[in-house]
Write a protein that binds this ligand. Sequence first.
Ligand code: ADP
Ligand code: MG
Ligand code: MG
Length: 249
Amino acid sequence: MLSIKNLHASVEDKEILKGINLEVKAGEVHAIMGPNGAGKSTLSSIIAGNENYEVSQGEIFLDNEEISELAPEERAHKGIFLSFQYPVEIPGVSVTNFIKTAINESRKAKGLEDMPANEMLKKIREKSELLEMDKKFLSRSLNQGFSGGEKKRNEIFQMAMLEPKIAILDETDSGLDIDALRIVANGVNKLKSKDNAVVVITHYQRLLEYIVPDFVHVLMDGKIVKSGTAALALELEEKGYDWIKAEIQ
Ligand code: ADP
Ligand code: MG
Ligand code: MG
């Protein structure tokens, strides 16, 4: 589904990604772990199409289509979802209105008419019930005064509504409390299917107690230096990253 080949990228002439290779198939959950500054967020931004980074080498494929040259919106319309992409506060625009607009923009890009209002309402009802969301939350202004947990809930709701092929969740926020972690984990576990894939990027093993990954990759200094199963995350939690550094030298 997602295939990254020999990806090199830099910002302000500093090389940050130094040859990333990653294959994510439908139905899989991958975790990318690694020390601070390794390039995890850079990788997720580049997959989503952030134009602040210069890709100097390599390719990104989604369902065998090269997407490296596409704008962020085009990638989103093709089914790539990145958490924290829309953290902006929009007073007067509710959680529901925001997602309605996003869905209809995506349909428009595919040459489709707006989703009929009754279908949209049904979908909102279904997904918000699945995620056990409070109805009042849906009419609140986007991100305004949202707690960490509420921001996460909104993000997972957006993911549920947009039904991406591949969701990349960059849990950069070390301040995530246990409730927020559970919201993310429950949401991911409810939304994952044989037709989609999830990449969870995290500095901590904690989240992986709730979302059990099929594969764990260690990103260090711009490269994936080790891959394994969920057991690798536990090993990292216990032993840190230094032993891997020693192993690869
Ligand atoms: P991680 O998410 O693994 O902690 P990042 O991808 O955020 O790592 O950062 C990797 C490295 O790239 C860091 O040294 C960081 O300072 C640098 N970096 C990332 N984005 C930028 C940017 N926009 N401008 C300058 N340096 C950046
Ligand atoms: Mg960081
Ligand atoms: Mg990061």
